[in-house]
Write a protein that binds this ligand. Structure first.
Ligand code: UTP
Length: 291
C-alpha cells in the first residue's frame, strides 16, 4: 500500500552564514559534496522514499537552485554535438528527476516560517520536511524509514540521533521515553530547542528530516518568534504535541551537517571514499599524508 505522504518541503531560504564567504553569492544548498549540490542528495532521497512533489522554499539570490533542476539547453546541445552521451544523461536526469515547485520566502524569518510558506502547495495532507544541509548516507533512505513509522503509528515523526555530551546544545532535543516494542521509536512528551547541556531532557537530538501532519501549519500560524527572533519549527511541533502523537525515530544511517565547514569536509571525504572511480586512490592518498 502506498503512503499518504506524497509531498516534501525543502526549506532553503536561509542565509548560510556559517559557510561565509562561500555563501556570499552561492546558496549553501548549491555547495557540492564531491560533484553534486547538497540539495540534490536530499531530492534523490525524497524520490527514493516515494515522494511525488517537491516544494523548495527559496529566497533572495537562490535562483541557481531553479536553474540546476531545469534543462540547460546550451549545455545539453553542446554535449550532444560532442557525443558526450553519458554526461548528457547526467544533465538531463537532474532536470527531469522530480516535479518541483518553488515558493519564495521574502524574509528569512526562521525555519518554522519557511515551512509555513509551503502551506498552499501541501494542503490538507501529511508531508515531509528535509533540511538540505543535512546530508544523510543510509542503506534505506532516511525519509523512507520515517514514512514507514508514520504509516504504522499514525503520528508525526522526527528523525533523531543520539548525541552525548555538550554537543547536544546545538540541537532540538526530545523529552520522553523509548518505545518498549521498538527502541528506535521514541515516544515524545516534549522538546527543547538548543538547551544547555545540563538542561537537556535526553540525548535524542532532532536532525533535519520530519514527517508532519498538516495541523502543524495552523499551529505555526499562531507561533510567535522564539529563540533568535525566528519562528521556530520546534515551537510549532511542541504545540502539535499537545494535540497529537509525535515520535522520534533513531534512523539507521549517518548524517552529516554539510551547512557547517567541518561537517562538509567529513561528508566530502566519506562520500568520495565510496566512489568507485577514485575511492581507492583517495584512500591511498589519505594514508600517505604525514598526519
Ligand atoms: P540553518 O539555521 O541551518 O540555516 O537552517 P541558515 O540560517 O541558512 O544557516 P546559518 O546558520 O546562517 O549558517 C536550516 C535550514 O532552514 C532553512 C535554511 O536554508 C536551511 O536549509 N531556513 C532557515 C529557511 O529556509 N528560512 C529561514 O528563515 C531559516
Amino acid at each position: 500500500m502506498s503512503s499518504e505522504v506524497r509531498k516534501a518541503v525543502f526549506p532553503a531560504g536561509g542565509l548560510g552564514t556559517r559557510f561565509l564567504p562561500a555563501t556570499k553569492v552561492i546558496p549553501k544548498e548549491m555547495l557540492p559534496v564531491v560533484d553534486k549540490p547538497i540539495i540534490q542528495y536530499g531530492v534523490e532521497e525524497a524520490i527514493a522514499s516515494g515522494i511525488e512533489h517537491i516544494i523548495i522554499i527559496t529566497g533572495r539570490g537562490k535562483g541557481t537552485m531553479e536553474d540546476h533542476f531545469d534543462h540547460s539547453f546550451e549545455l545539453d546541445a553542446t554535449l550532444e554535438r560532442r557525443g558526450k552521451q553519458d554526461l548528457l544523461a547526467v544533465s538531463r536526469n537532474v532536470a527531469t528527476m522530480a516535479r518541483i515547485s518553488y515558493v519564495r520566502q521574502k524574509d528569512p524569518l526562521g525555519l518554522g516560517h519557511a515551512v509555513l510558506c509551503a502551506k498552499d502547495f501541501v494542503g490538507d495532507e501529511p508531508f515531509a520536511v528535509l533540511l538540505p544541509d543535512d546530508v544523510i548516507d543510509a542503506e534505506v533512505p532516511c525519509l523512507k524509514q520515517l514514512i514507514d513509522v508514520f504509516d504504522e503509528k499514525d503520528g508525526s515523526v522526527l528523525a533523531t540521533q543520539t548525541v552525548e555530551g555538550p554537543a547536544i546544545s546545538a540541537y532540538g532535543v526530545l523529552a520522553g521515553s523509548p518505545d518498549p516494542a521498538n527502541p528506535r521509536i521514541y515516544n515524545c512528551t516534549g522538546m527543547v530547542e538548543k538547551p544547555k547541556f545540563e538542561d537537556a531532557p535526553s540525548t535524542q537530538a532532532i536532525v533535519g528530516r520530519y514527517v508532519l501532519t498538516p495541523r502543524v501549519f495552523e499551529l505555526l500560524e499562531q507561533t510567535q518568534p522564539g529563540a533568535g527572533g525566528e519562528i521556530q519549527l520546534t515551537d510549532g511541533i511542541k504545540a502539535l504535541l499537545k494535540e497529537e502523537k509525535v515520535f522520534g525515530y533513531t534512523f539507521a544511517g549517518k548524517r552529516f551537517d554539510a551547512g557547517d565547514k567541518f561537517g562538509m569536509l567529513q561528508a566530502t571525504i566519506e562520500f568520495a571514499l565510496k566512489r568507485p572511480e577514485f575511492g581507492d586512490d583517495l584512500r591511498a592518498y589519505l594514508k600517505n599524508l604525514p598526519l
